[in-house]
Design a protein around this ligand. Sequence first.
Ligand code: ADP
Ligand code: MG
Length: 249
Amino acid sequence: MASGLRVSNLSLKYGGVSALCGLSMDLAPGEVIGLIGPNGSGKTSFLNLVTGFEFPTEGAIFFEGQELTGKSAQSIARKGIARTFQNLQVFSRLSVYENMRAGCHRCSKPSSSFWQFKAARNAEKERILSLLDCFSLADMALDTPEALTLVQLRQLDLARALASEPKLILLDEPAAGMTPYETDQLAKTLQDHVLNGRSAIIIEHKIDFIAALAKRTFVLSAGRAIADGPTDEVLCDKDVRRIYLGECG
Ligand SMILES: Nc1ncnc2c1ncn2[C@@H]1O[C@H](COP(=O)(O)OP(=O)(O)O)[C@@H](O)[C@H]1O
Ligand SMILES: [Mg+2]
């Protein structure tokens, strides 16, 4: 049976800085995990390793039974893993629509005939228009990203990640900079259109957002796992509250 994501004993060092230390995690197909921890605890580094943007100093990464360790970001995207970025990365000279096409290209496979190419192109167009519609960006398809608000840029980043129809999506602080209302709206969109049956790891400092979306939460502190379990139990854990939420006693 196809398994989900399995990371084993993962470590990452930047020179003398240990960003991650001996991290292991299993994610079942369709499971949604919240990933929390103080700034600098290694959350983004973990996403960088799983998506091939960095390579581990030690440890191994498997997805659906295949080893991903050392593979390029593009080949990992082709296996069905997509991500968003904490520091938004959009192509500023391309239109919203073209940015979406770039998301499709990350995982597109070569066509063996003109008709196959044409069918794939049509399917891509439909998929992009439907995603832009879902994220209320359809009217801005021909604009460049500079015309978008921060919320719309975050939505574009998310829609672009979804354009490749990933089996696993990794979200790095998707609600950063959003008001409570915008954060609630994003949680609803994720619930209704993104997470239905798809595996996800969601990094976010807004605890209510994590609690609304993830049944399981994983906590990092200084590159090490300090808790992993049902979200409600983890958020009540004494050490988690002391280290992450800054509570005394
Ligand atoms: N490119 C880099 N070069 C050197 N150190 C880095 C780099 N990226 C992250 N770090 C360090 O690795 C640690 C983990 O960072 P990061 O994964 O960004 O944490 P988080 O996402 O939890 O805030 C921090 O100490 C950070 O300063
Ligand atoms: Mg980060």
